[in-house]
Design a protein around this ligand. Structure first.
Ligand code: URA
Length: 222
């Protein structure tokens, strides 16, 4: 076996995916980006954050949430006793939209399988969505973040049951003290959600014939 092939075989599946996504040309953002911003943090994280898209600094450094919003995210994490290295951080889009404009539907569609694959490989317990784009994509519902922030729900993502927990985007809270208070309050519930047992769904009903009831059961029932 060739050395390169052997190295790929030994690499963590998330690193293999990273290498694949780094060469992505599925949408026009491939032409304007400096580089793909895949994601950062622990591949074994119980808590995963999903933001919107890389901005100026993220595009230059290749790391998500390194600008002002990222500094705030770091402070919010420290407030609940976590560091960036304890969690995994990714975005809906892996490439910066020019001028930090909103992601376009076709860009989200082209990129979403990268995110679902990341979730599948990391298998977090809690996925905290930051802002409208991540929340709408992962909830599959059009409800905006103002309506649903702080309201957790169990969903299946990347083939596993996870707690989906929508939060305001830290960028929105940077200059709005009231929103920052709400974000801090919602963040404070993360340790409880991480400790929560996610109950697997009940087994599907089978059509096997029911066993004959015993005479006592029949007497008790009728
Ligand atoms: N905002 C995001 O949504 N993601 C980043 O990586 C940075 C800012």
């Amino acid at each position: 076996m060739e050395a390169a092939a052997a190295a790929t075989e030994l690499a963590h599946p998330l690193s293999v995916l990273h290498a694949e996504v780094a060469a992505c040309t599925r949408c026009a953002l491939a032409k304007s980006r400096t580089q793909v911003v895949f994601g950062a943090g622990s591949p074994d994280a119980d808590l995963m954050f999903v933001g919107e898209a890389p901005g100026f600094h993220e595009d230059k450094q290749g790391v998500p949430f390194v600008g002002a919003a990222g500094q705030l995210l770091g402070k919010l994490l420290a407030g609940i006793g976590l560091r960036r290295e304890d969690v995994y951080i990714a975005n809906v889009l892996k490439c910066r939209p020019p001028g930090n404009r909103d992601p376009l539907p076709e860009e989200i569609e082209a990129c979403e399988s990268h995110l679902f694959r990341q979730i599948e490989l990391i298998r977090p317990k809690v996925v905290a969505t930051l802002g409208n784009f991540a929340t709408k994509l992962l909830s599959g519902k059009p409800l905006g973040i103002t309506r649903v922030h702080g309201m957790e729900q169990e969903v299946v993502l990347g083939g596993s049951r996870v707690v989906l927990y929508p939060l305001f985007h830290p960028a929105a809270a940077l200059y709005t003290p009231r929103m920052l208070d709400v974000l801090q309050g919602d963040f404070a519930r993360l340790p409880e959600l991480l400790g929560r047992e996610v109950v697997p769904p009940a087994p599907a009903l089978t059509l096997a014939p029911a066993p004959e009831p015993t005479p006592q059961v029949q007497l008790g029932l009728f």
